[in-house]
Design a protein around this ligand. Structure first.
Ligand SMILES: *Cc1c(COP(=O)(O)O)cnc(C)c1O
Length: 424
């Protein structure tokens, strides 16, 4: 454990000793600050910054299109028909999966629906979905609409796990007890990995194990988790997971999403699913047969041919992640957030509180601050002083120092600004 100090020179020293410091150079920083007071971008949990390699990677595919037209599908360098092959390994590393358990396709919510088609198969006795209260709205709408699609009433069919009164985050023991109590009625546990608002990182292996003991399927939304904390989806036997790539994974706005389906479901023609020509075995895809020959693994949930420009952007970012290593990134991330908490704790201000769990195992990059009054105004002042995080209704300011491109000095500078604004 590092013995932290609240001085600028100490923060700068941590940066000098940071083995990952060089990766910052590989990103574009929006020129929204000044030379004396450069922008502090703590919003990689919402839209990651652009890697400097992205433009060239996208332009290379545009050039191939210009020069080869339709022959680009079978070109020598990164043929479009199988473009995903070079992304599956690096993506699998980030979430602890086998490459065959990964597919890169669509948007997050689309993938969530496609996998719920297969893994939410309610019966009269077992028709409920367990999710965390205050889940991201898209997840709530997706789950509600799936429940209705199967003819059930969301009021009855959705169980929300709640923190105890007066607490901000869920206790694992309460969640596990809830699974045990209602397990036989629950068809699917559909939880976030890291909650978008509180930054709480749930105990995914414990949830999975408890749910499986009750015979429930388990899916995770890893929008705020992939690229943030290391995962072991395969080892934990998670049934499926979905995530977007434009947050921690820096693939650009609306970037193509990921999904995971566990190896034990690799060949399950019995599972209902929505299919398309990209679900079929690639060896015979272009024989244009009327019958689907399902391909094994997560790729069997693909429908359409791949969005190459978006995949090229994602590849540029995954290359950076692969070089840095997710375990190394996690070590730095833990130190960054611990330093941020140390500095905030030094303020002993009654005007805000940290709602993200203190326990390292229960948080990732993001620290969420509840401001008791004037939250929006305080966030506005931060932006005026060249800090980008974000404000979420009704009173939460989220800041996420990410290990690929943020520094300890930025954490220190942020707290200087925060203190001046909050105590005014
Ligand atoms: C960001 C986020 C989404 C966004 O869904 P898209 O389909 O990518 O627009 C959904 N769920 C969670 C938990 C998120 O954090």
């Amino acid at each position: 454990m590092i013995h932290f100090q609240n001085t600028e020179s100490f923060a700068l020293q941590l940066d000098r000793e940071d083995p990952l410091a060089g990766f910052r150079e590989q990103f574009h920083f929006p020129p929204l600050g000044t030379a004396a007071d450069p922008l502090i971008y703590f919003c990689g949990n919402s839209l990651g910054l652009q890697p400097k390699g992205t433009k060239a990677a996208v332009v290379a595919e545009l050039d191939d299109w210009a020069e080869l037209g339709v022959h680009g599908h079978f070109k020598e360098r990164l043929p479009w028909v199988s473009f995903e092959e070079t992304l599956l390994g690096p993506m699998a590393e980030l979430v602890g999966a086998l490459p065959e358990e990964i597919a890169i396709m669509n948007g997050l919510t689309v993938n969530q629906h496609l996998l719920m088609v297969s893994f939410y198969r309610p019966t009269r006795e077992r028709f409920k979905i367990l999710m965390e209260t205050g889940a991201f709205p898209s997840d709530q709408y997706a789950v509600q609409s799936q429940v209705r699609f199967h003819g059930f009433d969301p009021q009855e069919a959705i169980i929300e796990a709640q923190p105890r009164p007066g607490e901000d985050t869920l206790r694992t023991e309460d969640l596990l007890a809830l699974i045990e109590t209602h397990g036989k009625e629950i068809a699917l546990v559909m939880f976030a990995g890291v909650n978008y608002l509180t930054g709480q990182f749930f105990d995914l292996p414990a949830i999975t194990e408890a749910a499986h003991r009750q015979g429930c399927e388990v899916g995770f939304d890893l929008a705020h988790t992939a690229g943030n904390v290391p995962l072991r989806l395969h080892e934990w036997k998670v049934d499926f997971a979905v995530w977007c790539s434009y947050k921690y994974l820096n693939s650009g706005p609306g970037g193509v999403a990921g999904c995971f389906v566990h190896e034990r479901h690799r060949m399950r023609p019995d599972l209902p699913r929505f299919a398309g020509w990209w679900s079929t075995d690639p060896k015979i895809r272009f024989e244009m047969r009327p019958q689907l020959e399902l391909q094994p693994g997560a790729a069997g949930w693909q429908l359409s041919n791949l969005p190459i420009l978006s995949m090229a952007a994602l590849k540029a970012s995954l290359d950076v992640f692969h070089k840095a290593g997710i375990e190394n990134l996690r070590r730095k991330s833990e130190a960054l957030s611990a330093y941020l908490l140390f500095l905030l704790d030094g303020m002993t201000s009654p005007k805000f509180s940290v709602i993200t769990p203190r326990d390292l195992q229960a948080r990732g990059c993001q620290i969420s601050l509840r401001v008791f009054e004037r939250g929006r105004e305080i966030y506005q002042k931060l932006e005026e002083q060249h800090v980008i995080g974000d404000f979420r209704e009704p009173n939460v300011i989220r800041v996420a120092p990410v290990p690929l491109y943020n520094t300890f000095h930025e954490v220190w500078r942020f707290v200087q600004k925060w203190q001046a604004i909050i105590e005014n």
